[in-house]
Design a protein around this ligand. Structure first.
Ligand code: LMR
Length: 332
């Protein structure tokens, strides 16, 4: 090799090393809801902050609306490392063996977001997140969506109104018990399949937050929505543990900061996003909005709260009692 060749080879090697050094760390962040929802916006905010603060050393690719994976598959994909980040709802961790997460599904256990945050952001939330480590997952943050409302094609005012209805649920045994408590037939379905199931009559109704209902057009195929606020949908933002632990320390700390601020952003906007969505559902005019009186709501609570005791064996009596202590929950 003459000198000219040697110089060319050295230049090529330098260029390829520089290219290698510059190629960004790619985070595939998959989720099942629309961009225009609390989770969708949180994921976009995280992307924006992570990319800007890392000066392009990190690229976050957000895949919304079950584009890549549906509910169950996305958790498998995360564990296998096919995607690096997700934010499944807390109701979807049971099938992984993290049954304690279903405590957040207990009907009427939280009266407001403040109570919920005392639990999530305190020792209980911390312990639940840590329990994911053994499953190859690292818990990064809790994100809010909001309180759930009931929808159906028949009006739901009294517990008896649920009798015999096929109600779509997420994969949580607590939600299954909640609907059985009022003699409905719960059916687990992936989020992406709910609209069609409603349209074709595979299910009669469901429960979800206004932002999810409106962005998936459920209101176009459900005649009634009862503002019941009987339960809550929130998320655990999680990453593949091997990926996360293997990140350069400076990048991991930038991402932790971006997550902290994206979480703050989500907390600040989730409630108003849901209020807005409820107004849009009403304005769209296809769904009649039913508002329960405090007395009617108390009757629902009484009918459903037996689920708390039924689920003690699954979730742990101590955990349920610890939440009662934190929130001041009183049985009807
Ligand atoms: C659902 O499956 O109903 C929701 O939890 C979807 C989501 O991620 O908000």
């Amino acid at each position: 090799m003459n000198l000219k060749h040697l110089i060319t080879a050295a230049a090529l090697l330098a260029a390829s090393l520089a290219g290698f050094a510059q190629s960004p760390i790619v985070i595939k962040f998959s989720h099942v809801v629309a961009d225009d929802t609390p989770k969708g916006k949180g994921a976009q905010k995280f992307k924006e902050l992570a990319e800007a603060r890392s000066n392009g050393r990190v690229r976050v690719e957000v895949y919304p609306n079950s584009q890549l994976y549906k509910d169950k598959e996305e958790l498998e994909a995360l564990q296998l490392g096919a995607v690096q980040m997700l934010a499944p709802s807390l109701s979807k961790f049971g099938p992984l063996g993290a049954k304690e997460f279903e405590v957040f599904d207990l009907p009427f256990i939280f009266d407001n977001v403040q109570e919920l945050h005392r639990v999530m952001d305190g020792a209980i939330g911390n312990r639940l997140m840590k329990s994911l480590d053994s499953k190859g997952i690292v818990g990064l943050a809790f994100w809010d969506n909001g309180f759930k409302e009931m929808t159906a094609n028949t009006p739901l005012r009294k517990p008896e109104d649920f009798r015999g209805l096929k109600m779509r649920i997420q994969s949580s045994k607590v939600l299954d018990a909640q609907f059985r408590a009022v003699n409905a037939n719960p059916q687990v379905l992936a989020f992406s399949e709910v609209y069609q199931a409603m349209q074709t009559g595979v299910v009669d109704g469901s429960e979800n937050t206004p932002s999810n209902i409106f962005s998936q057009h459920h209101n176009e195929v459900q005649k009634y929505l009862t503002v019941s606020d009987h339960g809550y949908i929130g998320y655990a933002v999680v990453a593949n543990k091997k990926f996360w632990d293997g990140l350069p320390a400076d990048i991991r700390s930038i991402l932790e900061g971006a997550m902290k601020d994206a979480t703050k952003f989500t907390t600040e906007h989730a409630q108003s996003d849901n209020e807005e969505a409820l107004k849009k559902i009403a304005a769209a005019g296809k769904t009649q909005i039913i508002r329960l009186t405090p007395q009617e709501r108390a009757v629902w609570k009484k009918a459903m709260e037996k689920v708390h005791r039924q689920m003690e064996d699954r979730i742990g009596r101590d955990l349920i009692q610890a939440i009662y202590k934190e929130t001041g929950f009183k049985p009807e």
